[in-house]
Structures are given as C-alpha cells and as structure tokens.
Design a protein around this ligand. Structure first.
Ligand code: ZN
Length: 503
C-alpha cells in the first residue's frame, strides 16, 4: 500500500506467537519494523505479565529496528499525582533499560524514550527535560505517550499542548514519535509542531466498530449513502454492499480503506510542506471540524516557536494563498512583515508616503505610485514609498516584486478584524519612523476598506500622545478604469490632528 514501515507489538508476539528469531522473517517484511512494548495493553487492561527488562531483551532477540521500553502510559482521566507517578516510573525504567540497550546485542536498534505525563503539561515538560541526558546515552527517538484516550474524545487542543510541552523541551534535532495518533484530522497539526513519526491501530479498531475514516472526520458505515473516496475499496463497492458483507470481510475492507485515507493525509501533508503551502493547508483543515478548529487555535499559542523554526522563503515554493483572516499568521507573511517593521527605523529619507496596493501588475502599480507622488509634488529621490495591503502589511516599494510580495493570491473578505490589523501595523510603522519625517498616507475614496482603515488610523493617531504629524491624502483613483496613463486626483489633503508641522 506504500507504507515503508510497520509497527507491531513485542508483548503480543512473545505471549501469543512465541517467536525468538528475526521478526522480519516471521512477518515476511523487509522494511522498517517498530515493536511496541505492551504499554498500550497496560493502558487498556491495567497491567501485563512481563517486565521491562524481559521485553527490552526480547526486542533485541527478534531484531526489531525500532524498540520501545515498557513505559507506563498516562490516561487523561488520572489525577496530577498519578500522572506524575507514571511519568517518573517511565523515566526510571528508561534509565534501567540503558544497561541492556547499550549492549552489543541491542545497540543496532533505534531505542525509543517515551515521555509521559498526560494532560499535565508541566509534568510532560519536567520529564522531557530530565530525559535529554538519558537520550544521548543510548536512545535515538523520543516519544510522547498516550494521546489515544484524548483523541477518542476529540480533545485535540489538549494533545497540541502536550506535544508542544515535549517538543519545545527536547533538542530540536531529536526525532519525536507520537504514540497512537493516526487520525487524519490530527496528523497535520501534530506535524506542524514537529512530530516526525506516528503509529496507530485506529484503522482496524474503527473498522471493527463499522467506522469509516475520512479526511474530514469519521462516519458510521450505516450513515453513508456514497463513499467520499476513490481508493480501490471505495471504487469497487458501495456502502450498502459493505454492510451486507460478512463481518470479517467487512472489517478487512474497511480497515484497508482507513489505511488508504491515512496514507493520503500523510502524503498531502508532505506535498504541502514541499510546496511551501503547509500553513494554507492547516487553515483549510481548521474549518473541517470543531476538533481541528480547536487544534488550530491551540497551535496559534505557539506561533513564536513555529516562526523560529520555519524557513519562509525556500526555493521553488508556490505563491502564498491568503484564504482567511488566519492567513496573517502564515509564517510566509508574518516573518517578512516583522523583518520590515524591525528595519523601518533605519529609513533615512525625510518624506515617507504610504500608498495602497491597488494593482497587481508591476507597471500599473509603479505608474500609479509615480502619479500619486507627482500630484503631491514629491520627488522620488527624497521620498520613501511604503505600499500597504490587508494581511500582507506594509512593504517598501523596492521589495514589491520579490517573494512573497510578487507571489500571493488574495481570496479573503476584508473584514473589520483584518482592517484593524493593518491600521495597527501602519500606526506602529509611523511610531517607528524618525520623529522629524514628513509622513503622508494616501487612500482611494472608491475603496471602502481603505476608508475604514483611514478612519481607524486617524482615531489611533489622535488618541496617541506621540509627536508625529501625518497628512492624509484622499484620492479619486479611478480604480478599474485606470490604465497607467490617467492620473489619480487628489480630492483633499489634510493633517491629522496630532502635532501639526506644516511643510
Ligand atoms: Zn476508500
């Protein structure tokens, strides 16, 4: 089906099958095999009849590729003390396992160091911190334990908080596995925070319960009239046919479909990252389900972390798509916005003019800017032009035709929230400019969003006690009919009522 690795359970292999040779031969699979230790069975049944030492040694014997010590999962319903105990016991077991995993027989294996603590993020953080030293002594992959029960309750925001607690504490270069997280709704948000590996039995568990996974959510098979999927199963059968099949056969078909969907989601995420449109993908995903909305909102708390680890201009990436008011947080928008703002105080020209971005076409826009300056009797040599646009922000004229400003598609209704954001950004820029600069803001009378923007801006400037004078230039821009030759007319030009300095 295209999966290059599988996960199986060492505890069940030992108990039910009793193999003592290479697990690859037993499973007839030459790819990567990860073996879980039986911790999931502890989560489900309370306890199991095997020790940490036994199961670690057993995984060495069967030559697994990725092995896991016997951790104690933290269910989300436990108290703080219980969560702390399971995290501590997991940590102690990892420490004890070091003696075994660093022996000749075991050191070929990539060992997983689980971090527990459940929804108590300070416990997760504390043990993630403690585990760093252990990690470098013999482990290769960190894992975050037991979001399974939270995922079943659709408490995605809590899972995001847990991931952040672990991810932001362990070294950035260390791989992080998320146990039991195979739902297509969660995967992109976990990846956004730096989860590298997932495993999940959801495909089969859901199938046994006649649940059909889709990338938008989960359906009961009986609810479906049509299959919203074109995998080999859904192309050949209808929901009705599946329902009429014997149970065993139905489970086989449904679990296959569920796996196809999970694979599709993972591939879509990879492709979005490759194209530089992962943020856009998260925005779209956020609107699919209340749970993804809560995951997305939780992710917004950690934007600084995302920005720190995001490269905003990779070669070969596609145009930025501005699709909702959340697009303002897109790293490809926000990182350059901040860079421009951080350098604005260095502007050494005495005349500063803010002009709206009214044309996408380079020649038209430059002509428009030239005409506005001419009307204002401003000479380009002494004037610095900043072009402003919703979400995109404030851009020096000379950067207008480099990425991302040369490549963006705007498909958002310009709401009051978006206008507020831009008004604040221009206000902030004005405050950062040199005190003796002459500042003018031009706007087109035909554009309602610009009218709202200017009103907000005047209000902010009037209310502030800063020593700045700003001239508002109201233009009749003839938008639409403007061909680069006709000239926008100045209707009025007035100073805002902060400290007046006449030029
Ligand atoms: Zn399908």
């Amino acid at each position: 089906m295209g999966f290059k690795g599988i996960i199986t359970n060492a505890y069940l292999l030992k108990k039910n099958v009793g193999i003592y040779d290479d697990v690859h031969e037993y499973l007839k699979f030459n790819g990567v095999i990860m073996t879980d230790s039986g911790a999931y069975q502890i989560l489900k049944y309370g306890k199991i009849d095997v020790s940490n030492e036994e199961i670690v040694k057993y995984q060495c014997k069967i030559k697994t590729d990725i092995g896991v010590i016997l951790d104690i999962p933290t269910p989300y319903t436990v108290t703080y003390d219980e969560a702390f105990s399971s995290a501590l016991e997991t940590y102690n077991r990892a420490q004890k396992a070091l003696e075994i995993i660093t022996t000749n027989q075991c050191q070929e294996i990539l060992w997983v160091l689980p971090i527990q603590g459940g929804v108590y993020v300070d416990v997760v953080k504390e043990f993630a911190q403690k585990s760093v030293e252990l990690f470098y002594n013999g482990f290769s992959i960190f894992a975050l334990g037991s979001p399974t029960t939270l995922l079943e309750q659709y408490l995605f925001d809590k899972v995001i908080d847990m991931i952040f607690a672990a991810r932001s504490t362990i070294p950035f270069s260390a791989p992080l596995h998320l146990f039991g997280a195979g739902h297509p709704l969660l995967i992109p948000f976990a990846v956004a925070l730096g989860v590298d590996l997932f495993d999940s039995a959801s495909y089969i568990l859901y199938a046994k319960d006649d649940r059909y996974i889709s990338r938008k959510g989960t359906y009961r098979l009986s609810e479906l009239e049509y299959f919203p999927c074109s995998c080999p199963i859904c192309s050949k059968h209808s929901p009705k046919e599946l329902l009429e099949m014997p149970k065993d056969e139905r489970i086989k078909h449904l679990s296959k479909h569920n796996l196809y969907v999970i694979r599709e989601e993972v591939n879509e995420v990879k492709q979005a990252i490759k194209e530089g449109r992962f943020w856009e993908y998260l925005e779209i995903k956020a609107y699919l389900h209340p749970a993804t909305k809560s995951a997305f909102k939780a992710l917004l708390k950690y934007l600084e972390y995302l920005y720190k680890h995001t490269s905003y201009s990779k070669p070969g990436v596609k145009a930025v798509l501005l699709i909702s008011h959340y697009s303002v947080y897109n790293p490809r928008v926000q990182i350059p916005r901040r860079k421009i703002l951080s350098k604005i105080h260095m502007c050494n020209k005495s005349n500063i003019v803010f002009i709206p971005y009214v044309y996408k076409d380079k020649i038209l826009l430059n002509n428009f800017i030239g005409s506005v300056l001419k009307q204002m009797n401003e000479e380009l040599d002494f004037t610095k032009v900043y072009v402003y646009y919703p979400i995109i922000g404030v851009v020096p004229q000379e950067l207008l035709f480099v990425f991302p400003y040369s490549q963006f598609e705007f498909g958002v209704e310009i709401t009051d929230e978006i206008i507020e954001d831009l008004a604040y950004l221009i206000f902030e820029s004005i405050l950062l400019l040199k005190k003796d600069s002459f500042i003018a803001i031009a706007w087109c009378v035909e554009a309602p969003w610009q009218q709202k923007l200017i009103s907000k801006l005047i209000r902010s400037l009037s209310a502030s006690k800063v020593q700045r004078s700003v001239k508002i230039i109201t233009l009749q821009c003839n938008l639409g009919s403007y061909n680069g030759k006709s000239v926008p007319n100045i209707i009025s030009s007035a100073f805002t009522n902060c400290n007046f300095i006449t030029k």
